[in-house]
Design a protein around this ligand. Sequence first.
Ligand code: NAP
Length: 243
Amino acid sequence: MIGFIGYGNMGGALVRAFLSHGIPADEIVISTRSPEKLKSLLDEYSVSVGSMNEVQSADILFLCVRSSDALDVLKQLTSFKGHLVSINGGISLNDLSSIYSGPVTKAMPPLTAEVGRGIVLLCHNQICSTSKIIEELFSKVCSVEILPEDKFPDAENITGCAPAFFARFAEMLAESSNFSSEESLKMAKETLIATALLLDEGKLSLNDLIEKVATKGGITEKGLQVMDDELPSTVKKMYEHMH
Ligand SMILES: NC(=O)c1ccc[n+]([C@@H]2O[C@H](COP(=O)([O-])OP(=O)(O)OC[C@H]3O[C@@H](n4cnc5c(N)ncnc54)[C@H](OP(=O)(O)O)[C@@H]3O)[C@@H](O)[C@H]2O)c1
């Protein structure tokens, strides 16, 4: 049985990702503070909804509440005996292991797991038979990268946060146009999706794609020159602010 505590942005994305990639609904049990938010999931899948007590009999338990609530919730799990997976940024394996003495995996999954893509970062507090099961489970919905815990912040800037950065940049491009916001947002979104598909299916590197669009002396090249001058210091500042 696979349990989830918390059904918000990430808990919801993970549950839906596992369900649409072959994990049977009758192997999933969810406990969350506002069960009414499970309605549309329950219309589609016959997962179980359980109390905090019931979810503790799961073999694998995903802790998907916010980081500020995670340790308090973990302290309530007095009968859980399985493999704990915490997706909480900012909470260390040491913090988790000081409360729960069994096997723990720190995972940083991407929201994009819901569409079966992206990279999950994993780090286990001990290698045991269930560590492999956790890796196999995630590999159904995204690529798996095992990393030492101290490398998480650098990697998650890209694997975890960048979907929001890419989307915000597309919004900014739209907002700077003279079209209505509905039209320009549609153009920006469609172009973002098409770019990702081209990178994926055309097997282009990021730089190949840049060179193909930015014709020598053309307007894209001029725009890129400004980006290259101005944006690296902004990105550096963003990363400094985040950690
Ligand atoms: N969003 C991402 O892309 C992403 C990626 C990787 C990791 N993460 C990590 O995932 C964690 C959750 O983020 P999120 O964006 O999914 O947060 P969220 O949308 O606020 O979801 C948190 C969920 O936990 C529930 N909850 C809170 N306290 C609870 C309790 N005591 N018992 C049971 N359920 C409880 C909330 O219930 P209510 O519905 O009542 O609020 C909500 O369903 C964070 O630590 C974040 O760092 C997020």
